[in-house]
Design a protein around this ligand. Structure first.
Ligand SMILES: [Fe+2]
Length: 313
């Protein structure tokens, strides 16, 4: 089979990239996703690329009160069956073997859609997020600022995703917050009726469109899954504009919504990118990244990044 293939033949042309659809993939038995390989990856990644907390998070979870676990990342992998933890390894494309795998997966989609290479298909800024979760763990309701092929590798997951094109699930302002501040969103039980739900087994997956809200729960076994993400030039521009608007508003300067004054949008994106390029060399330092996160997002932004394990309150 192709590395990533749609469950319904026409999904790659009829639904991509505007709607969610089910996929199959060829990574369920891949050696890079065995716990022993994941343990090696944990040892290699910078500490601020590993986020984890208790799997007992609520669907509607205030990030400031996220329940924690009193374990180090390596212990979580070793004890995943009983750790009661949810963990994500971010930016796994930093490791060449995972980067090659992410590119291979997206190239299979590009080829199926008639493109010759990843750039031509719009698969730029490719990143991988690897999720390692204990049984019965919840990923709170949130939205991501990139497109995503989510692949289930080990265990079962219940994945609930919501079409938000009419902003009835999350307002435009709330979604801007998921790009500029924290990804979590408030969940209202009345959204239940609008859920598009997938029961995922190893080898299954789905396409999650840009900023479509979702929440996830593992079943009775531990779970390994991966988000294969990318950002088109259009998505990068939108994200940069949203972050700029959020910063300017925090200085007491009201901003028009994206698209209302296109020339001003262009100016703001250019200014943001100039500033981002200036600080980019400093962001290679883990300590500076941590300090910037604290300044921009507040003192609780580093809750998962602690020098010593902290007891759950
Ligand atoms: Fe997500």
């Amino acid at each position: 089979m192709s590395i990533i293939a749609p469950k319904q033949e026409k999904s790659f042309t009829a639904q991509f990239p505007l709607e969610t659809f089910g996929i199959r993939h060829g990574y369920a038995e891949h050696p890079l996703f065995k716990l022993s390989a994941i343990l090696e990856l944990v040892k290699k990644l910078p500490r601020d690329r590993i986020e984890y907390n208790s799997g007992k998070a609520a669907v509607s979870q205030d990030p400031d009160t996220t329940p924690l676990v009193d374990l180090e990342p390596e212990e979580i992998v070793r004890k995943i069956e009983t750790a009661g933890a949810w963990m994500v390894l971010k930016g796994i494309e930093a490791a060449p073997e995972y980067r090659a795998l992410l590119k291979e997966a997206l190239m299979s989609v590009a080829t199926a859609r008639g493109h010759k290479n990843l750039d031509e298909a719009g698969f730029e800024s490719i990143q991988g997020f690897l999720f390692v979760s204990s049984p019965n763990s919840t990923t709170p309701f949130h939205a991501d600022s990139e497109d995503n092929f989510f692949v289930q590798i080990h265990g079962e997951k219940f994945f609930h995703v919501y079409d938000n094109r009419d902003y009835s699930i999350a307002s435009d302002e709330a979604l801007e917050g998921t790009v500029a501040k924290h990804r979590n969103l408030a969940y209202d039980p009345k959204f239940d009726a609008k859920a598009i739900s997938y029961h995922l087994f190893p080898g299954d997956g789905l396409f999650v469109p840009y900023q479509w809200p979702h929440w996830v729960k593992t079943a009775d076994s531990y779970s390994i899954s991966m988000a294969i993400t990318w950002k088109t030039a259009e998505v990068r521009r939108r994200n940069d504009l949203v972050v700029t608007n959020s910063m300017l508003r925090s200085f007491g300067l009201p901003q028009p919504a994206p698209g209302q004054i296109p020339a001003l949008d262009t100016l703001k994106v250019a200014a943001f990118r100039t500033a981002a390029a200036a600080v980019a060399p400093f962001r290679r330092s883990e300590g500076v990244r941590r300090a910037i996160r604290r300044i921009v997002l507040g003192k609780n932004a580093n809750y998962y990044y602690r020098d010593k394990p902290k007891k759950t309150a």
